[in-house]
Design a protein around this ligand. Sequence first.
Ligand code: PLP
Length: 376
Amino acid sequence: MKIYLDNTASTPLLNEVIDCMNDTMLNLFANPSSIHFHGRNSKVAIETARKSIAKYLNCTPSEIFFTSGGTEANNMALYGCVYDLGVKHVITSPIEHHAVLETLENFVHRGLIEIHFVKINEKGQIDYDSLENLLKTYPASLVSLMHANNEISNLLSINKVSRICRKYDAIFHSDTVQTICHYKIDLQKTDVDFVSCSAHKFHGPKGIGFIYINKNRVKISPLLFGGGQERGMRGGTENIYGVVGMAKAFEIAHQNMDLDMRKILSLKSYMIENLNKTFVGIEYLGDSATDGLYTVLSVLFPENVFDDMLLMRLDIEGVSASSGSACTSGALKGSHVMKHLKIPENRQTVRFSFSKFNTIEEIDFCIEVLKKIKNS
Ligand code: PLP
């Protein structure tokens, strides 16, 4: 048996998405910028997808710009703020995704900005008073804080942060890669300037996503020039089947959201119950066992039960999970998030993350595998 519990890293494609992409590949091969019949059909598919996505987010289609995914969307927001909106101070947290942190560090190395980190507590929760204090000192900064942390699940109160940002005239970008299509997000009620999205986190294809840019508040220039696609905001022939596949995955996620959420939450509760029975002294990181992002369970095993080969052993036994560590060029590099949480070296962490395709039988299998490794 092989089971997949790494859905925060990526999710399996839905059959409906594959069918719709296949159909697009077969029939909509023309360049959407061509003005003939075939080209116009490709263009219509892209604009229909944009409209559909905008409807679910309650924004206008002209606020959605397709990108190659979450990394590009985050880069586009940050570059736009620094190069076009004159941002000199950025307030963020030390546990953001690398697509935000490394982009900002690059700006620091170029002497363009200063970064100010909000305080986080031992559970990785954001200290909102610290955000407000930083904004008192650096008003009109950029605030970049993720909606849900992909390693420890903590959810940000977006509305609270946006109220604080508005009070100090700050720009607000939120990396919503782990939450779009997992929660209903109404952009008329959520006062943000930029959000980022990646389709492969909700059973859509890889290499496609978008940035939402609040047209009433901010105007930035493209990251990629040439061609005039995306109303001049992103040069390059569009990834039509990616866009169409993402819109399909978007639609299905929204239609089934409550049901999927309940199913995933019950799998997670079942896993917690069984882990608690099996490992005395087990703990859970961040808010992952309480009210964090429901797809993630970040486990901190008791001292000396497992060694640092745990993930590899899980893999050998048929369980694909993640340690919250980034695997760079074959070398395991400790996760910056775990470093900030000061996890002791003799305790192993594993991030199990679920989708609607997981089953109770798979959770039972995973628990049996953990018992086997523990006793070996
Ligand atoms: N932001 C977060 C929170 C993520 O989890 C990821 C993916 O791991 C990204 C950004 C990057 O998205 P993509 O893989 O589409 O570039």
